[in-house]
Write a protein that binds this ligand. Structure first.
Ligand code: FAD
Ligand code: FES
Length: 1257
């Protein structure tokens, strides 16, 4: 949080800001408060930290300090915020683990009015458990929270008030290694500086200049920071409107306009209100708090949200330079090209004039963005129309669009077609035709989505028309949260000390909320430490002709460049018989493949060194990017897999109908908040190394490093304290990165932390899949035969791709008993970065095809999809297509309860009614089941071990093979140890996962971590407890500590290992049968959405999830997993889109381009129910694994969107199956809705191929 004293108003302002965009020099005179400053576990935890932690809002904890500070800054300004305030404050913070609900839940305890909100339609309902024999009524007890006392907050440093009050007219100068920063003290100085250095940028909020410096490496030798020039912040009201200082932040502009609106009649403030609306959706609050009005205008982004509205509203600028002052109208002549305006380089925008509107004048502002909040617009617009008094004849009109070319564009011809005419359907009909001709985008226009963008220009004009005609007022969105009490979670007979089954807070939550939790990159720098920056291939398929590192070695601080030749041991790692080079030797096979690494004394020097490495290539012919190209060229990783039950070919002969379809599903980036991170420290003797690393599989990292260095594994110790998220992305990829880092180590430690962009470029993600299916069914809905072919895009190396294919085939039946079922799967070898494990490991892809197939069958037959699902579900004693016997009773119970909880039938009626009454908005709903196999099909991976020490003071140190990535394994294991040793959890500590304490561990994956490691810990604890038995018998009333001490004196070992063999699972692909899973986790999910068919925007109105996870060891942790996985699935199926260039470069390499779900995407009513009375003999304390299964249930939102689209299509007379690829982003949903406007748009050319490549298929 940044706090500043404003001498003019004598007030102190507080605002949250993004640290990565704040230049340190800009902070001169400001007070900075960080998460460590507001509270600590050693002294007093701040109420915000406490409530987020205790409400279970922290899983991996990497996002938690950001959440805490956004909320803290809000409370400093508004101690009793509304839910809207909270939603807005958190809109710019991303969390990949929690699904946001518990974070909002903790924050909402600061709202004064809570229960009244239930009457609003928009409500997030807290997860609820229902059962008959449990006795908890909440996941946390808010009565235990400390009150918020604003008087206890840190005060603004008085010395900063004093220095701010004392004017310092002379320029402030900061001199860096390569940059000079000058902050002039007056307008004169600013004008002089600007005329002497017209090329130097004026840095205000740094939100345009900053990313260029950070991500594009642009160096500005001089930066001018005019934040002390008071004229830039002045506001003056005139009878015609208001002059707003160009230096004002966008938040300040919004507040100013909001304050002015009530002071004037509504007709005068049409433009003000349109700007307020646009400002509410621009970026995030953190961005708006620093980004300036002048900066936004001058940056001239093609999709600036303000410029179209300011231009349509006839605003003008007051500009000053050494040549004097002038006024410049903001109109179509102002924007010259991408990022260019007619302003001269030495000119400064002092203020912006925002005029009042007149009676009969209407201004509209609309935008459509990939995500509702914190996302640049795809198309954005400002429109103004002025009618002659008392008539509908248009006297004047202006229409501006952003996102339709390199600049903000004016639809001049369209305006000409409207002006002087009556505002009616005929005029607008003609206007749409002109608009289509006027704003043309070539098929390969930057940004893609050409058809969608063109159709948006029409539909946004139509929206304006509706607004004008019906004087529609924008309804403010609300996220309001209500709480359903949680009935019961443990048996009443259970000992009150026994923590198993209770909603225990994540054991590190408070450390995470106070910023004390240590992640890999938090480890302090050790003496002489070096940093490794990676150099990656810029070609998709090429020979390396020359690797010239000479310039890199000249960069100050660079000590070495490592290449494949420097690897002392194995230069490759082998998986499934395929070798993968750690560093490319003579050839590269994708953009982003690691070629060499630059080692330097600092991160900055290493990065500069990496930028100086020159690689020359000779392109090799025909790189393969898409699945289609791979199929055409038979480019596959072997083995391919096939499975069949029954006789599919024969069965097709006896069915009533056959339908053939195809579905395409894009990949997904892990987007763990903590990027790949490692620190390799040489011990200094006998070639021994300590590796501090963020990995799900320490043993694999240890082995990989040992092989790379050519040393035995006993010289390498991997330490994993915690990960800031992993989701499967830190299983195999980390071991390669750690191996490369270890090569850079001579006698000094080396750290390697990937930047977000590098991480996204190098490490791959979820496999995209193209699948074709043929389904044979009877007219009553029974599916008799199905044949599905799956092709994944594996990328350039095999990694775990064949295993992913196997899991795809093993899950292709989902919940359905299809008597004749055939599947085949192939992992396509392409020249894109290699894909890897991702939560669900192929299941979220596999099930999309069977559910899509079922949806198509329902559309062919004209029967409800839920009925087709029910008709075909497993019932009674059942056998899967790989001959695995199971009882689907709990699957059916989840399904029935989900239908009941969601009031499925009455909602269906309500949705159908809504659709009849609304032309442009449609609602849709779906209910989806899941049957998910738990554990590793490779039996040996199901083993686990633990080591438990009891110290003489009675404290217990537990180590096990599982790693903590936010999923709460350490918390659950602590509960296990507490139950088995009959001691409070406070006596049990888990420090880290280390290969020196528990060797040969298996990866924490397959939703099996707690099952396996919990059992191993249980085993060790039972051994210890039994050893203490003679002591306990001698002194039954003694305390734990006394027993431990007595045991020590009686020479009883207080240390034990534990082991869990795990189930002996297998799959015989020749015989096409096996026992690849220990058991199934079941669930069902209902979702309902409302789709705006004109823009494709949708909102999830409600989601109800019922999951069978046996008897939960920790319901708060498990509900957290359910909600987080659901939101990750929602992102996968509706939002997250990977885009590649035609040459195979990943474009989406950061949060600006790649949108994961944010607070605005949480269903308005979100209910999670744990199936009661479920017991599981195959896992610890009758629980079930839950980390992965629910990802797929996010697809219920996809199918609800599809249902809404079907309603829109049927209005246009279109019936039957239609394709909708995943993710169902706004553009796809809008185009599929086939509205009048989308049908007008025609595009030819190369779009088809591009579209495939853009989602990495
Ligand atoms: C994460 C993120 C999300 C964003 N989302 C959106 C969005 O949804 N919609 C949208 O419209 N924008 C969005 N933006 C863009 C943001 O609004 C602009 O970057 C911002 O308004 C620029 O203002 P600034 O003060 O930060 O500019 P700076 O980076 O400080 O400067 C930008 C440029 O403007 C020039 N300049 C600044 N002030 C003046 C002046 N008074 N006179 C002359 N030249 C001047 C500078 O010389 C420089 O070239 C986003 C930006 C980020 C980083
Ligand atoms: S807890 Fe939010 S990213 Fe992990």
């Amino acid at each position: 949080m940044v706090s500043r004293y404003r001498p003019v108003t004598k007030t102190i302002t507080h605002y949250a800001a993004n640290a990565c965009l704040l230049p340190i020099c800009q902070l001169h005179g400001a007070a900075i408060t960080t998460v460590e400053g507001i509270g600590s576990t050693k002294t007093r935890v701040h109420p915000v930290q406490e409530r987020i932690a205790k409400a279970h809002g922290s899983q991996c904890g990497f996002c938690t300090p950001g959440m805490v500070m956004s909320m803290y800054a809000l409370l400093r300004n508004t101690p009793q915020p509304s839910m809207d305030d909270i939603a807005e404050a958190l809109a710019g913070n991303l969390c990949r683990c929690t699904g946001y609900r518990p974070i909002i839940d903790g924050c909402r305890t600061f709202c004064q009015v809570q229960s009244s909100s239930i009457q609003h339609e928009a409500a997030i309902t807290i997860s609820s458990i229902s059962s008959t024999d449990y006795c908890w009524n909440s996941l946390f007890d808010k009565d235990q929270f400390q009150p918020l006392d604003p008087t206890q907050e840190l005060i603004f440093p008085p010395e900063l008030i004093l220095t701010s009050q004392t004017p310092r007219p002379e320029p402030l100068t900061f001199q860096g290694e390569r940059m000079t920063w000058v902050s002039p003290g007056s307008m004169d100085q600013l004008v002089q500086l600007r005329s002497r250095h017209p090329g130097a940028p004026l840095v205000m909020g740094n939100t345009n200049i900053g990313p260029d410096i950070k991500f594009k490496g642009i160096i500005h030798p001089l930066i001018i920071s005019p934040t002390r020039v008071t004229e830039l912040f002045e506001t003056t009201q005139t009878p015609e409107g208001v002059w707003v200082g160009a230096g004002s932040s966008l938040s300040e502009v919004r507040t100013l306009l909001e304050n002015l609106v009530p002071q004037y009649p509504p007709e005068k403030t049409e433009l003000f209100r349109a700007l307020i609306k646009q400002l509410g959706n621009l970026g995030s609050q953190q961005i708006r708090n620093v980004a300036s009005l002048g900066g936004n205008i001058v940056s001239a982004y093609p999709n600036s949200d303000l410029n179209p509205v300011l231009a349509a509203g006839r605003c003008k600028l007051s500009v000053v330079s050494s040549g004097g002052k002038r006024e410049v109208p903001l109109n179509q002549d102002f924007f010259v090209n991408f990022g260019k305006t007619i302003l001269k380089p030495h000119e400064i925008v002092v203020s912006v004039f925002i005029p009042f509107t007149r009676k009969g004048e209407f201004v509209g502002a609309f935008r459509q963005a990939p995500r509702k909040e914190s996302s640049f617009a795809t198309v954005t617009t400002g429109m103004r129309v002025f009618f002659s008094e008392g008539s509908r004849v248009v006297q004047d009109i202006s229409i501006y669009y952003g996102g339709m070319g390199p600049t903000t564009v004016s639809a001049v011809k369209t305006c000409a077609a409207i002006v002087t005419r009556q505002w009616d359907d005929e005029t607008l009909g003609r206007a749409y035709e002109v608009l289509l001709e006027e704003l043309v985008l070539p098929p390969s226009a930057p940004g893609g989505k050409v058809e969608f963008r063109r159709s948006l220009t029409l539909s946004l004009l139509f929206k304006f028309n509706l607004e004008v005609l019906h004087k529609l007022r924008h309804m403010k969105k609300k996220i309001i949260i209500s709480q359903t009490p949680l009935p019961q979670s443990v048996s009443q007979e259970q000992n009150s000390q026994d923590p198993v089954g209770r909603p225990i807070m994540h054991r590190s939550a408070l450390s995470q909320a106070t910023g004390e939790a240590v992640y890999c990159d938090d480890l302090p720098r050790t003496d002489g430490e070096l940093f490794l920056a990676l150099v990656t291939s810029s070609r998709a398929h090429a020979k390396i002709i020359q690797l010239d590192v000479s310039e890199a070695l000249k960069v100050p601080g660079v000590v070495d460049v490592i290449t494949a030749k420097d690897i002392p041991g194995r230069k490759v790692r082998t998986m499934c018989g395929y070798d993968e080079e750690l560093l490319a030797g003579s050839e590269v096979s994708c953009i982003g493949q690691m070629v060499c690494g630059v080692v330097a004394d600092t991160r900055a020097h290493a990065k500069r060194g990496a930028a100086a490495v020159k690689i020359s290539y000779e392109d090799l012919p025909e790189p393969i990017f898409t699945i289609e190209e791979a199929i055409e060229k038979s480019s596959f990783f072997e083995p391919r897999r096939r499975i069949e039950r029954g006789n599919v070919t024969e069965a097709f002969k006896s069915v009533d109908q056959i339908y053939e379809g195809e579905h395409r599903m894009g990949g997904q980036e892990h987007f763990y908040m903590e990027t790949q991170s490692m620190l390799v420290v040489p011990v200094g003797e006998e070639r021994e190394f300590n590796i501090y690393v963020s990995t799900q599989w320490p043993a694999a990292t240890q082995e990989a490093v040992a092989q790379t260095l050519g040393i035995p594994s006993n010289r390498v110790t991997c330490h994993v304290k915690r990960m800031g998220g992993a989701f499967g992305g830190k299983v195999t990829k980390t071991s390669i990165l750690a191996s490369v880092t270890s090569v850079a180590v001579t006698n000094r430690p080396v750290r390697c932390i990937l930047e977000r962009g590098e991480d996204m470029l190098i490490t791959g993600g979820r496999h995209p899949v193209v699948g074709k299916y043929k389904v044979g069914f009877m007219n009553d809905g029974r599916i008799i035969a199905a044949d599905i072919q799956f092709y994944t895009n594996a990328g350039n190396t095999i990694d775990e791709s064949v295993l992913v294919i196997e899991k795809i085939l093993l899950h292709m039946d989902n919940a359905y008993n299809i008597p004749h079922l055939r599947g085949s799967g192939a992992a396509c070898r392409t020249n894109l970065p290699s894909n890897t494990a991702f939560r669900g490991f192929g299941v979220p892809q596999s099930l999309m095809f069977v559910e899509n197939m079922i949806t198509d069958v329902s559309m062919v037959l004209g029967l409800p999809a839920d009925k087709i699902r029910e008709i075909n579900m497993y019932r009674g004693p059942s056998v899967t297509h790989y001959k695995y016997q199971f009882n689907p009773e709990n699957l059916l119970r989840c399904w029935d309860q989900c239908k009941a909880k969601s009031t499925f039938s009455s909602r269906r009626t309500a949705v159908d009614q809504f659709n009849q009454q609304n032309q442009w908005k449609k609602r849709g709903m779906s209910i989806i089941p899941i049957k998910y196999g738990i554990a590793f099909g490779e039996g040996f991976l199901n083993q686990a071990a633990a080591l438990v020490h009891i110290y003489k003071d009675g404290s217990v140190l537990v180590t096990h093979g599982g790693t903590e990535m936010g999923q709460g394994i350490h918390t659950k294991v602590q509960q296990v140890a507490s139950r088995e040793l009959h001691i409070p959890t406070s006596k049990v500590y888990i420090s880290e996962t280390g290969t020196n304490t528990v060797p040969n561990t298996c990866p924490s994956a397959a939703s099996f971590g707690t099952d396996a490691n919990g059992m191993a810990v249980k085993n060790a604890c039972q051994t210890l407890y039994q050893r203490l038995e003679p002591i306990r018998k001698k002194n039954p009333k003694g305390l734990w500590e006394s027993w431990v001490t007595a045991a020590f004196f009686e020479k009883i070992s207080l240390s034990a290992t534990g082991f869990h063999r795990g189930p002996d699972l297998y799959m015989d692909w020749e015989a096409m049968e096996g026992q690849p899973y220990a058991y199934f986790t079941y669930g069902a999910c209902f979702s309902e959405v409302e789709l705006d068919c004109l823009s494709g925007d949708y909102r999830t109105l409600r989601t109800d999830i019922v999951v069978d996870i046996g008897r939960s060891v920790n319901p708060s942790v498990d509900i957290g997993q359910v909600e987080g996985a659901f939101m990750q699935g929602l992102g996968l199926y509706t939002l997250e889109e990977l885009k590649f260039s035609p040459s195979g470069l990943l474009y989406t390499r950061g949060p600006s381009q790649y949108k994961i779900p944010a607070v605005c995407d949480v269903p308005l009513s979100f209910n999670v129910y744990l199936l009661p009375d479920s017991y599981n003999p195959h896992a610890i304390y009758s629980s079930k694994g839950i980390g992965e299964p629910v990802v797929f249930l996010g697809s219920s939102v996809f199918y609800a969107i599809k249902d809404a689209v079907a309603a829109a299509r049927s209005q246009s007379g279109l019936a039957g199956p239609f394709p909708l690829d995943s993710p169902a982003t706004a553009d796809k949903a809008c185009l599929a809705s086939a509205s009048h406007f989308t049908q007008k748009v025609r595009v030819g050319g190369s779009v088809g191929r591009w579209a495939g490549l853009w989602v990495g298929l």
